[in-house]
Design a protein around this ligand. Structure first.
Ligand SMILES: *Cc1c(COP(=O)(O)O)cnc(C)c1O
Length: 396
């Protein structure tokens, strides 16, 4: 057991008195579900990531719902041919299951060498093999933007829209704008562990008015007018039409109020994470049994993913992380690749050999705590336990 009993959680949300007051105000207002707080959050979010661009932001109850609505807007599951999405096996499961819910399929392209992000070379190969792909879905893993120039070029060349899974990517800002606004549709997550958090929730962004209209209708039962408008416009309040078999994916005002507070802190939260990253990098750099996370333009540093060098240690990743957990450090894996999941493996005939890069990254990597409220003592403990574990199991 560790001399130091301090437990370091994997992640804690950054909630303060502003959030408490904002939520209370909504509760006291008497209007709890989707209404003016959520509308204001959407507006502020569109402004934040879109700037001068005409961009529509639609709040939804999760990024998973947002991905499903985006895929539906791109035609997945519609017409005679349900179609497929093209994504990476190295992502959370809902990037793919969102297509399955619509009756669509999934085609996988491996990650780029020494990267956690999808490889544009593999994307093109798959686009040539499969003619029924209705959307390319890159995922900005850990907040490091994918090669969006290459991916958007491929989208144009093959006439396939690009949906960015931007669940990790706030604020991933490149010269061309925020990740999540670079493709045709982008989807952010506000789940408890994500860069800004509303407990549950997500935001869809698009510049395409047709996609926005379809997603906005499908988000709320296929109803042609939103509930807040029903009680404030001239049409009789009970009057509405249903134009499609929609879903129930709206975002309540209680969470909207949290989102508005969190968005204001987005940059500050990023800077806090970035400081911890710099500390981690400087402390880990001298140890050859560790490989630092990939970095590049616009990294939001949502996650700090370390890799061990298997040549330098006589324990594997699982043994290494079991020691960290025993010592009181919360760790996580991002992600167990889809070819290791029974349903995906059997349904889409996946074999690990077909994804050598993703398999290797998964075998060697793990994610350590990186959240704004970490104390110096916590950071210190994470660093010293990792270094000690490596030294204790070093091959001389
Ligand atoms: C968290 C996550 C999602 C799903 O987000 P929810 O808001 O929990 O539905 C999708 N994709 C990735 C890459 C994620 O990490």
């Amino acid at each position: 057991m560790s001399k130091n009993n301090l437990f370091v959680p994997f992640s804690l949300p950054a909630m303060g008195p502003e959030e408490e007051e904002a939520v209370l105000a909504v509760i006291r207002s008497g209007w709890l579900t989707t209404g003016k707080e959520t509308l204001a959050f959407e507006k502020e979010f569109a402004q934040y990531v879109g700037g001068e661009n005409e961009l529509q932001a639609l709040a939804v109850n999760s990024a998973s719902s947002g991905l499903m609505l985006a895929m539906d807007a791109c035609g997945v599951g519609q017409g005679d041919e349900p179609g497929k999405i093209l994504t990476t096996p190295y992502t959370f499961i809902s990037t793919a299951t969102s297509s399955c819910h619509l009756g669509g399929g999934v085609v996988y392209a491996d990650t780029a060498p020494d990267s956690y992000n999808i490889d544009p070379v593999q994307i093109e190969k798959k686009l040539k093999e499969h003619k029924d792909i209705k959307a390319i879905v890159p995922v900005h893993i850990a907040g490091l933007p994918c090669d969006m120039d290459a991916i958007c070029d491929l989208g144009k060349k093959y006439g396939v829209p690009v949906i960015e899974d931007a669940a990790h990517a706030l604020p991933s800002k490149t010269k061309k704008g925020f990740a999540g606004t670079l493709g045709d549709i982008g989807v952010y997550s506000f789940y408890a562990t994500k860069p800004i958090c509303t407990a549950e929730g997500g935001m869809i962004c698009t510049k395409n008015a047709d996609y926005a209209e379809r997603m906005s209708i499908m988000r709320m039962h296929g109803i042609d007018r939103p509930v807040w408008n029903r009680y404030t416009s001239d049409r009789a309040s009970w009057e509405y039409d249903v134009v499609a078999p929609g879903y129930k994916c709206n975002f309540p005002d209680i969470l909207g109020s949290l989102g508005r507070c969190q968005l204001k802190k987005c940059q500050e939260l990023f800077e806090s994470r970035k400081k911890i990253v710099e500390l981690y990098n400087s402390r880990f750099a001298e140890y050859d049994f560790l490989q630092l996370p990939p970095d590049g333009e616009g990294n939001a540093w949502h996650l700090y993913m370390l890799r061990i060098d298997p040549e330098k240690l006589h324990i594997n990743r699982n043994e290494f992380t079991a020691i960290l957990q025993e010592e009181g450090i919360g760790i996580s894996m991002h992600f167990i690749p889809h070819f290791r999941m029974t349903y995906m493996k059997e349904t889409f005939g996946l074999k690990p050999e077909d994804f050598p890069n993703a398999e290797k990254q998964f075998e060697l990597s793990f994610t350590i705590p990186l959240w704004p409220g970490m104390t110096e003592e916590m950071i210190d403990k994470v660093v010293s336990v990792i270094i000690k574990t490596g030294k204790d199991h070093y091959v001389c």
